[in-house]
Design a protein around this ligand. Sequence first.
Ligand SMILES: C[C@H](O)[C@H](O)[C@H]1CNC2=NC(N)=NC(=O)C2=N1
Length: 114
Amino acid sequence: MSDNLAQQHCEACRVGAPLATETERTDWLKQLPDWQIEQSDGIDRLTRQFSFKNFVQALEFTNQVGELAESMAHHPAILTEWGKVTVSWWTHKIKGLHKNDFVCAAKTDELFKS
Ligand SMILES: C[C@H](O)[C@H](O)[C@H]1CNC2=NC(N)=NC(=O)C2=N1
């Protein structure tokens, strides 16, 4: 099992950075049981839906994810609805999944647990 994703940091996003391999994706997804890899506009994204009691709680979590994104200089797509927040991570520069996306997904789970 690879070391704990949630304790790692994002490396600077750069054009030409390597996409996560199939083996890496399989290995890292073991730490992210609530996340799925979905394609949107032909781009693989790591996506999870989080549930909340109401819109205010969903919005609070949205802002926490936003602060995390700013701190990592790596940003997700976030859909905020009453009682639900859908977060999708991918790396724009390489139009796919990088280790950073798995690290940020793990950190997003930590926010939800806290
Ligand atoms: C200039 C800025 O740091 C870059 O555009 C960053 C911003 N946040 C980013 N977020 C994501 N998910 N992918 C990127 O390639 C990316 N690039």
